[in-house]
Structures are given as structure tokens and as C-alpha cells.
Design a protein around this ligand. Sequence first.
Ligand code: CP
Length: 332
Amino acid sequence: MASEAHDAHARSIVGTSVITLDDLSIAQINELLDKARYIDTHRKDVAHTCDGRVLATLFYEPSTRTRLSFETAMLRLGGKVIGFAGAQLASVTKGESISDTLKTVSNYVDVVAIRHPKEGAALVAASAASVPVINAGDGGHMHPTQTLADLATLRSRFGRVNDLTIGLCGDLTFGRTVHSLIETLCRFGNVRFVLISPKELRTPQYVLNRINATKDCSYVEVSDLSEVIGDLDALYMTRVQKERFFNEDDYLRLRDTYILDEAKLRRAKPTMAVLHPLPRVNEIAKDVDDDPRAAYFEQVRNGMLMRMALESSVLGDELPGFDAYVNKEVAA
Ligand code: CP
């Protein structure tokens, strides 16, 4: 499989549900990255882009960043938000199916963001809904809007998202952000993945197959972070996903396998970027936070900007001034 990095002009994504980033072309993803950058510097100009719109956040699993940034994104665009954070107060406790919930909520809102512990739940939701549905994380499967935040962060650090050596470290089995990111980076092409994990938490075969099928991407699997850290342009740390383990003893044994601290960072390139989707537990020591290589709070900010870009785009609400801004950049 060749990369799609040189895709043609972006077609509109109005009405599109985003379950994985495969639902968007590379040109469309690039346009979202451009929109997020524009939004960041034109906050007042875009403040009424989604006036009259309503977003529903249906979160069947805990979240801080994803739910709050989806909601803040809509509020900052002039829209309103409804939803639930935790299924315990919703009618799922009475036995309602996801399909019935989405058929219902589609009558109330213009766009839905859903997080669910089961892989495939977002796809079921999108099939039932009559408005665009955005996957805010489905079990250990995918987390496409986190990937948008990751891409924006890589682009802001390196000016590109390809021709990089990227280490992914920690729980590569259950870490849905890792799966989304690898699949998408393969589409941009020319990435060397260094997959760093204990043998129990290796990358699933379907994700490795994707790398194997991409002619200009490659991977190695290793277990020692210190051995490879000096080769990396970016290091993507992940939390061991306690909630997806069947056995608490295994979690306790594996949770602190990797702890990135300033001592380990001394072996890294001075320009290496440290990413983490957050929340972190112990895998990045606090002493790393003040290091200029720490990019994880930039990721948080980029997450909100990318969700603003995505929400306005699937709704077909144009950002005032964006077209002129892009044309000026192309002409320059
Ligand atoms: N990165 C992320 O998905 O964080 P939350 O679980 O807090 O939403």
C-alpha cells in the first residue's frame, strides 16, 4: 500500500461520521490541521461559526480531556451542548440499546460525540444516527480525535508528520490512541516506528499488518526504552490501561515498566518531542514537565482546536475568513 500523502484537494466532510480517521482523506485531514491553526489565531472571528447548533456528548466511559474539549470546542464556536458523563444516569441502565439512544438523540442535536467501552460501539451509533457521529474512543480500538491532536502537535514541532522516527512506548495492546496514530501515520507515509513494550503488551497484529502493507513505513519491536531513545524524533508514551486488564496482578506487574524521567531524557536528541495522550499515571515523571521537549500539554490544547475544526466541518459551518487566509498562504 502506497501512502496518500499527495492527495488531491479536500472534498467537503459535511455530514460525515468519523469513526476512524480512515473516514477522512489525507487532504481532508490536512485541511482540518490548517483550520485548527487558523482558529488558534482568529478566536473572535470564529466565535459565532456554530451559532444555533447543539452537540451531544454521550460518554459511557470516564474522560476529562476528550469530553471537556469537545464541549469547549462547541461553546467557543457559539453552539450549545447536552449529554451525559457516565452512563449511570442514562436509560442504558434500563436496558436501552445504543441504536435506540442514537435514534432518539438525533432528534435533539446536530452532531454527537460518543465514547464507549466496547470496540465497534461508535460504528453502531453512526449507523443508527441521522446526524454525524464522532468516535471519542471505542474500547481498545480507535481514538481518531486524539490522533488529530497528535498530528497537530507533531506538525507544530517538526513542520511535518512524516519522515520521522517515532517511538511508541507502554501499553501498545490496549492503547487505542496508539492504534489510531500508527494507522494514520502510515497513510502519510515514510515513518519508522519503534514499538517499545513488554512482550505481554505488544502491538496487535492488525496494526502491524497495516505497517507491513505500507511500502515506505517500517517497524521494530523492542522492550528497552533506554536502548533506542537516542534514535527517536518523537516519543509517544502511554499509560498501561488498567480498565482493560482481565487480571489485576498482571496490571500491577506491568504498570511501571517504563518511567520516563530527566535522567533517561539525557540520552535523547535535544529536539525530540515527548507526547502522551494523558491521563498519565507514573510513566512520565513530573521533572520532565519543564523540559522543552515535553509536548503533552500542547497536545491537550491542540485537541480542543482540532475538535473545533472537526465539529464546524462536519456541520458545514464555514469559519469566517478561513478561505482567504488559506489562499494567502498558498500565494505566499
Ligand atoms: N486523551 C484522552 O482521551 O483523555 P481522557 O480520557 O481524559 O478523555
